[in-house]
Every structure is written in structure tokens, then in C-alpha cells.
Design a protein around this ligand. Structure first.
Ligand SMILES: Cc1ncc(C[n+]2csc(CCOP(=O)(O)OP(=O)(O)O)c2C)c(N)n1
Length: 319
């Protein structure tokens, strides 16, 4: 598959944006400048960016509690993302949602979701809408290995299969659901093996390689778009940091974490781009510096925003 230089560079930039956005968020949490909690996806960038690259601009996604990369993959505005995490009224949810509630309907992002497995029914419903209205749009439904043990996963896959809905189930397999390893919690070796129960294709790929992720997702997206129905695409990857801000990390070894850090998806992709003469080391350094600047601008934008006033407490809240 030939991918243009521009395409590959745009992926590299989005992976860097995700990494630097989250590193900044982590630093702000440490300083007490962001409240609540957040779930960082450092180490998982290739799966989020490679997969969303297979979509058209008006296709749809549902995201998870660890969804910053998926938002960035779907072209979210970094400024509004940062403002949202900092609780400012110029953020995506006017500062009232935080990390787990970023949605961007204009860009086709139906929303991150703090409920594990909460995206399945939304994605299937959205896919049914696309089928009934014949829009030709496809939905990518992101979820974790842990979420595949939720009842909603099985209901959604069954319905999507019998109705041949244009949805692709995207499993970010980072090996753990909080402190529970996938090996201890899950009866099958790969989450994609579960596709067989629902008569759909299931493929497991190296989730740290954006090109492999892109190719697998594109095949599944094309299948969905042509009316042949859903698939599972599973990416094997790893989250470097704790589950959330309150994770003491006692369930895995330092050696395991270090071994995955050695497989950094961003470093590996940089190496690939330089080796294949897509960019030089100098260009890579410039792209990296540019991505850092973009995050600095997002911080500036967020800092200029105001906190929502108490009089807005009941606005935009549905019950
Ligand atoms: C319905 C529900 N059950 C439990 C939780 C608490 N919880 C938050 S994240 C998480 C683990 C999810 O693991 P996985 O789906 O593998 O995603 P990951 O965190 O690895 O990205 C749990 C149990 C929740 N938010 N919602």
C-alpha cells in the first residue's frame, strides 16, 4: 500500500500531539491544576491514529474513557480539548465534562464515555441510522479488552451482525482492565477470536504499528461501507502509565513496563519514516517541535478561558 508523504507526516504529527497533550495533562494533574481524574493513553497512540486515518471526514466514532488519541485522530480542536480538561467554559463541554466527555458532532465524534461498554449501543444505534438513511457512513466503536466482558458488547455484536450494520468494533487491547490482566479475565486468547461467535471477521494486529492498524481498519471499513456488515479489529498495545490518577501500579512489573517502552510506537514510527526517506532527522525534530508548540498554544487558549459561572450550573444538563 502506498501512502503519501503528507499522509504519513500527518499521522506522525497526530501521534505526537496525543503524546504531548497527555504529558501536559499529567503534569498539570501533578500540580493540582486539573481536578477529577483522567485516563492517559501514552503508549497506545498508533492504534488511535492509524485506525481513525481509515475514515472519511464525515464518518463517525464512539470513544472511551481513555479516548484523547481517538479525539485527536478525528481532528478535534486541541485548544478546546485542553480547555475542557482544565474546566474552562471555552472547552468542548463548557468545562463541565472533562476528559471523559469530549464529543464533537461536527467532526463525527459521538463522544467519549466514562461507562465501560457504554459506547457499544450508541455505535450500533448510530450505524443503524446510517443504514436506514443510506448515508454511506461507517461507525468505529472503540473499546478496551476489559469492556469485551460486558454484556453490552455481546448484545451489540449480535445485533450488528444480524442486521449487517456499518460498524467496526475497535479493541484497544492494552493488556489490563484496571489491575486485572486480560489473561486472567478473558476466556479467549485474543479479543478478535470472539468475532467467530457473531459470524464476522476478526483480526488482531500489532497495535503499535500505525500502518498495520490502518490497513486492517481500512479493510473492515470498506467491508462495512459496502453493506457486508461489522468486523472486529484488535490492536495489541500497552498503556505505560497507571489506569488513572489513583493507580499504585502494583499488578505489573517494572520489567514489563520497560519492555513496552522500548517498543514506543512514536519512536518506532519515526525510525520507519527516516529509514524510508519520508522525512529526515531534522524534519522529524521540526515536526516534534511544532507539535509541542501546538500544545503550548492549547494551554494558552485554556488559560485564557474563564471557569463556568455558578449561574450556569443547571444549563446543558439533562436528566
Ligand atoms: C460499567 C462500568 N463498570 C466499571 C467501571 C470502572 N472502570 C473504569 S475503567 C475500567 C477498566 C476498563 O478496562 P478496559 O475496557 O480494558 O479499558 P482500559 O482502561 O484498559 O483502556 C473499569 C472497570 C466503569 N467506569 N463502568
Amino acid at each position: 500500500m502506498t501512502l503519501s508523504k503528507e499522509t504519513l507526516i500527518s499521522w506522525y504529527k497526530k501521534m505526537l500531539h496525543t503524546r504531548f497533550f497527555e504529558a501536559q495533562v499529567d503534569a498539570f494533574f501533578a500540580k493540582g491544576m486539573i481536578h477529577g481524574t483522567t485516563h492517559l493513553s501514552i503508549g497506545q497512540e498508533a492504534f488511535a491514529i492509524g485506525s481513525t486515518a481509515a475514515l472519511h471526514a464525515d464518518d463517525l466514532i464512539t470513544s472511551t474513557h481513555r479516548g484523547h488519541g481517538e479525539c485527536i485522530g478525528k481532528d478535534a480542536d486541541l485548544n478546546r480539548m485542553m480547555a475542557e480538561l482544565m474546566g474552562k467554559s471555552n472547552g468542548y463541554c463548557k468545562g463541565k465534562g472533562g476528559s471523559m466527555h469530549i464529543a464533537d458532532l461536527e467532526k463525527g465524534n459521538l463522544g467519549a464515555n466514562g461507562v465501560v461498554g457504554g459506547g457499544f449501543a450508541i455505535a450500533v444505534g448510530a450505524a443503524l441510522t446510517q443504514q436506514m438513511k443510506k448515508t454511506g457512513k461507517v461507525v468505529l466503536c472503540f473499546f478496551g479488552d476489559g469492556a469485551s466482558n460486558e454484556g453490552s458488547f455481546h448484545e451489540a455484536l449480535n445485533l450488528a451482525s444480524i442486521w449487517k450494520l456499518p460498524v467496526v468494533f475497535m479493541c484497544t487491547n492494552n493488556h489490563y482492565g484496571m489491575s486485572m490482566s486480560v489473561a486472567r479475565s478473558t476466556a479467549v486468547a485474543n479479543i478478535a477470536d470472539r468475532a467467530a461467535s457473531y459470524e464476522m471477521p476478526g483480526i488482531t494486529v500489532d497495535g503499535n504499528d500505525p500502518i498495520k492498524v490502518y490497513e486492517a481498519t481500512l479493510a473492515a471499513v470498506e467491508r462495512a461501507r459496502s453493506g457486508e456488515g461489522p468486523s472486529i479489529v484488535e490492536g495489541i498495545t500497552y498503556r505505560w502509565l497507571g489506569h488513572s490518577k489513583s493507580d499504585a501500579n502494583r499488578y505489573r512489573t517494572k520489567e514489563e513496563i520497560e519492555a513496552w517502552k522500548d517498543r514506543c510506537p512514536i519512536k518506532a514510527f519515526e525510525k520507519y519514516l527516516i529509514k524510508n526517506n519520508v522525512i529526515s532527522q531534522q524534519e522529524s525534530d521540526e515536526i516534534t517541535a511544532g507539535a509541542k508548540d501546538d500544545i503550548a498554544r492549547a494551554v494558552e487558549f485554556a488559560q485564557q478561558g474563564s471557569y463556568p459561572g455558578i449561574e450556569t450550573l443547571e444549563e446543558d444538563v439533562y436528566a
